[in-house]
Design a protein around this ligand. Structure first.
Ligand code: HEC
Ligand code: HEC
Ligand code: HEC
Length: 114
């Protein structure tokens, strides 16, 4: 019985830590305020990315939060109105890293819009 409660306590701790790192999956059409998408809204696998990258590759601060880092300026990403394929979310956030890290099909539309 004792071992079981220790294991449960560790599990509870682990879940709390993960919860502190932001959502597991994020609907980015909400984050970037695209009420009517022409492509399928992007359900971003946040937790998956946390296991493959440093927080500060995407966030300005190591505890995450709303402010994302532009791959172009190294400063706060200001995406503006997200419309068309030449939008800043593609060009200054998702695509440069996928290209740099040679993510398989990293720029294929269906990889993200599905
Ligand atoms: C590949 C990029 C990427 C990585 C790596 C990443 N995040 Fe995020 N994170 C995002 C995006 C995109 C959002 C959505 C931002 C929004 O909704 O405005 C987000 C949202 C969050 C949020 C929720 C913000 C809010 O207030 O809604 C937290 C907390 C967070 N991240 C923490 C972390 C931590 C801690 C790490 C490292 C362990 C991390 N993130 C790694 C891209 C990333
Ligand atoms: C800082 C680097 C970085 C950024 C920024 C980034 N990604 Fe990724 N992404 C990766 C890496 C690394 C992989 C995984 C490569 C592998 O191991 O398969 C990946 C994989 C993915 C996958 C495939 C997940 C799977 O289950 O195989 C999706 C979908 C994805 N990214 C969406 C996005 C979207 C949407 C954005 C922008 C909001 C984004 N990524 C921004 C680094 C990044
Ligand atoms: C690495 C991830 C990723 C890839 C690959 C990607 N996109 Fe996106 N795209 C996003 C994100 C994130 C947004 C903003 C959130 C949203 O619209 O859900 C977005 C927004 C858009 C928008 C504006 C919103 C809308 O739906 O009208 C268009 C248009 C778009 N993408 C087209 C494309 C096309 C065409 C391709 C293939 C050439 C593509 N995207 C590939 C992540 C990606």
């Amino acid at each position: 019985m004792k071992k079981v409660s220790v294991v449960l306590a560790i599990l509870a701790f682990a879940v709390t830590v993960i919860a502190g790192q932001g959502p597991e999956v994020i609907d980015l059409s909400k984050s970037f305020n695209v009420p009517k998408t022409t492509k399928k809204a992007v359900k971003f696998p946040h937790w998956f990315h946390q296991t493959k990258n440093e927080c500060t590759e995407c966030h300005l601060s190591a505890d995450g939060g709303k402010d994302l880092k532009s791959a172009k300026t190294g400063k706060k990403l200001t995406a503006g109105v997200v419309k068309g394929t030449a939008n800043k979310v593609h060009k200054e956030f998702c695509w440069p890293c996928h290209k740099a890290k040679k993510v398989p099909k990293g720029k294929s539309c269906n990889k993200c819009h599905k």
